[in-house]
Design a protein around this ligand. Sequence first.
Ligand SMILES: *[C@@H]1O[C@H](CO)[C@@H](O)[C@H](O)[C@H]1NC(C)=O
Length: 383
Amino acid sequence: MLSKMLYAKLSSIFVLLLMCCVPQAVVTAKRHRGSKWWLIHRGVVNAGAPSNNVLVNAKGDPVFLDARQQPFNRRQRRLVRKNAGSLVAIAKGTQRAINECKHQFKERRWNCPTYDGDHGKATFGNILRKGCRETAFIYAITSAGVGHTIARACSEGSIQTCTCDYSKRGPSGRDWEWGGCSGNVQFGYKFSRRFVDAAEKGKDIRYKMNLHNNNAGRLHVNTEMRQECKCHGMSGSCTVKTCWMRLPSFREVGTLLKDRFDGASRVTIGNRGNSNRAPRGKLKFEMETYNKNHKPPTRRDLVYIDNSPDFCAVDPTSGSEGTLGRQCNATSIGVDGCDLMCCGRGYRSEEREVVERCSCTFHWCCQVKCEICRSKKMVHTCL
Ligand SMILES: *[C@@H]1O[C@H](CO)[C@@H](O)[C@H](O)[C@H]1NC(C)=O
């Protein structure tokens, strides 16, 4: 009798244990705060510090005024130490990614707000708790930012372990040859993969999502390389041309990733391979489209697992700032239009005086003189 009761009790404890310990692949209970290394964009402030404006200690690791803010983990620090000059590039790349995110989303309800705080989520806020489209974009653009800036830094000679890509050399076509400095995207891509992906750990689908989007982001730098040529010969007759591969501008990368954001695929844990014993360290599941009729995402597509909040009202827990007070366009029917931007709450219109420089003229040499013009413009803001 007693043993039976004990057995019942034990088995209920066992069930409880089972319930709380289902693998993370099934339940994503972990709090996601984003990547701590994003904090490095704040490092580029201290002019006069030894290494191009970023505070570093004797080992070359980034130093923050608040010592608890170590933005890099051990693998990342080792990588940065081995590639002298990369720290500044990472910091610049992260700042460029943040600026690009704000630019691409300036006319949307979620306009890529960033924050000052001391956790990983401090950079982009609580939106990172969810694996939604916005989160996918953040991972992709920051990973692309590192790859792009590192590749450029190689060409500028500011990283000791890389140069321009000189693998393309010599005559190639009938009337042109490779020459000059080709952007070293191979190095940028590999560096970004090692540095950015080193921040991700876990076994859940969110981890897979982050890695996929990191890779999708930096791939766009590689695929947008373009050939550029210069003519040589008598008075520009172009008898000989030398060509090299030019990096895309970061604006081009941002615009393409914004298109990927709009066409992102919702994914979920697939069944394929679930029952198989996976090799150690490998994840046992594959990502699968949420809607089985949809095409599977390519390597360059962004993927997400959660639907986005509507961003209409202020909700600090989901990283929504709401759209109260946002400017909108009264004649647009798009996402920047007042109907969508203000979520149907309506908007206030007022005439504001705008002060601009105008009728600028160029005076030899070298001055531009402008007049100050005042005009009235209608400004619409969400209620
Ligand atoms: C508002 O939207 C219309 C239609 O899309 C566009 O032509 C106009 O330039 C926009 N105005 C502003 C101030 O952006």
